[in-house]
Design a protein around this ligand. Structure first.
Ligand SMILES: O=C(O)CCC(=O)C(=O)O
Ligand SMILES: [Fe+2]
Length: 501
């Protein structure tokens, strides 16, 4: 599976593919035009001859050449015209689309995209009507949805039994269909959308509203048998007070009215500012000798877990090189599953990654040296550099970076992940923060900065305060690079190591 929407960089090729499809459609138009021109030209000369004949029929037909020709052409030429008309146009172009289909997004891709947009809506508490009009988290963009987009959202959310969200998108579809007429082969049936909307309202036990929708549809098509049947079905439900659907938990909540979770607050930038006087900013020139020459701007973010943010660590040139080397090899990210003991693709982590061994290039060597400068850790036995690009609503749900597994083959060789170093390669216009809900910290990506924290406590025990998540990106192409540092090699480096090991 390509999983197109999970990385912005990975979607670039879709635009090239679309350009090919448009070129192909243009070739098809040229074929149609050629045929049309042939037909029009012939009509002119045929009509000329026929008009001349009909202006003096007797005289015309008395000439044997004319009458012969008339008989012949009506017997033969019109047969040829019929064949010509039947001959399909643009078959090579039709085949070409078929051929390109295998590179195009699948139904699964669309479902993933729907889930991603719904995630943005939920996490940031956005209104569907705002999203549809390009108003994203309070900022107006010069882009909006057509009813085709909103209807796809509605239909798929309905299939996923997310009726509450489906209802908002379907309502938007009806609104949008009024204001903008879709081009011919793509037009939607208003009746169909109204029916799905009514069905959704029934699922939400909003029977009276469903009846209203059906009645509105009936004003357009008063004799439509399906609508009439639906109407009487709903009237019966209302009369008998029957609930048409069991009340789902999801259905009971009125969207946007529940208090946001700590995670959602973090993503929205609503955590209170820290009042801990021990947190400060300074130039770090001591973690390694190199820093005497090039001190790093360091911001102490938290003490439990110990967490620091370094600013301006990467240059633009380095960032471009990293993106360039990662882009061709980006693959859907996986997560280690304790149940299967393997890394698997999961819904809770949507991004694409590329891994690079320490000695991949002078840049990766330099980057690792810098990580050692920043952390004081020896990277021997640690994991490869991981470059990551997020896509549409790309996120990584709440998780720990440590394995917390004794005797696991993941930790046997090099120990657990003692620390995480996360480089931000890009600013993210909206969304995409790294949030630590338990300690109420949210780090918003800044191009070139690095966040580093300890996943294990001083005694080597996993610190559950490190629970964190990557919030869905709203607008932007979020690039990060991370390094999971393993514990074993730090035996003599990390101060206060008490037991274990
Ligand atoms: O991208 C982020 O903000 C966090 C990523 C992360 O937590 C991870 O890759 O383990
Ligand atoms: Fe993580």
């Amino acid at each position: 599976e390509e999983s197109h929407c999970t990385s912005v960089a990975g979607m670039v090729k879709l635009l090239d593919l679309e350009a090919q499809l448009i070129d192909n459609l243009e070739d098809y138009a040229v074929e149609l035009e050629k045929k049309l021109e042939t037909v029009r030209r012939s009509i002119t000369s045929l009509r000329l001859e026929n008009d001349k004949a009909r202006s003096s029929t007797e005289e015309y037909l008395s000439n044997p050449l004319n009458s012969f020709s008339l008989i012949r052409r009506m017997n033969r030429d019109w047969m040829i015209w019929q064949l010509y008309m039947e001959d399909p146009i643009g078959l090579p172009q039709v085949e070409k689309i078929q051929e390109l289909r295998e590179h195009m997004p699948t139904n699964t891709d669309v479902e993933e995209a729907v889930t991603a947009l719904d995630r943005i809506q939920n996490t940031y508490g956005l209104k569907v009507s705002h999203i549809a009009h390009g108003l994203l988290n309070g900022k107006q963009y010069n882009v909006s949805f057509t009813a085709l987009d909103t209807y796809a959202m509605g239909q798929i959310l309905f299939d996923q039994e997310n009726y509450l969200a489906a209802a908002s998108w379907l309502y938007q579809s009806i609104v949008l269909m009024e204001v903008y007429k879709l081009p011919a082969p793509l037009e939607l049936s208003k009746n169909e959308v109204q029916m799905v909307y009514a069905e959704t309202l029934l699922k939400l036990n909003q029977n009276a509203d469903a009846l209203k929708v059906v009645n509105i549809a009936l004003t357009d098509r008063p004799h439509d048998i399906k609508l009439l049947m639906k109407k009487s079905e709903i009237e019966t439900l209302i009369r008998t007070g029957t609930k048409s659907a069991p009340l789902l938990k999801k259905t009971l909540q009125v969207q946007g009215t529940e208090a946001p979770t700590a995670y959602q607050m973090g993503c929205r930038g609503q955590f209170p500012a820290s009042t801990d006087g021990r947190l400060h900013c300074r130039y770090n020139s001591t973690t390694s000798p190199f820093l005497i020459l090039a001190p790093l701007k360091m911001e102490l973010v938290g003490l439990d877990p110990y967490m620091v943010l370094y600013h301006d660590v990467l240059s633009s040139k380095e960032i471009e090189e990293l993106q360039g080397m990662a882009t061709p090899g980006l693959k859907r990210a996986t997560v280690f599953q304790a149940s299967s003991g393997r890394n698997e693709v999961v819904k809770t982590r949507t991004s694409k990654v590329a891994w690079f061994p320490d000695s991949f290039s002078p840049l990766t060597l330099r980057l690792n040296a810098r990580i050692t400068d920043m952390t004081g850790f020896n990277l021997h036995g640690s994991e490869m550099l991981q470059l990551m690009n997020y896509g549409l609503g790309g996120h990584y749900d709440k998780h720990y970076d440590f394995f917390n597994q004794t005797n696991s083959n993941m930790t046997a060789m090099s120990g657990d992940r003692i620390a995480t170093v996360l480089f931000y390669l890009t600013d993210v216009e909206q969304g995409g923060a790294t949030v630590f809900p338990n300690i109420q910290k949210a780090i918003f990506p800044q191009r070139g900065s690095v966040i580093m924290w300890y996943n294990l406590k001083d005694d080597g025990v996993p610190n559950t305060q490190t629970l964190h998540a990557a919030c869905p990106v709203i607008v932007g192409s979020k690039w990060v690079c991370n390094k999971w540092i393993r514990e074993r090699e730090q035996l003599f480096r990390r101060p206060c190591l008490k037991k274990r090991l």
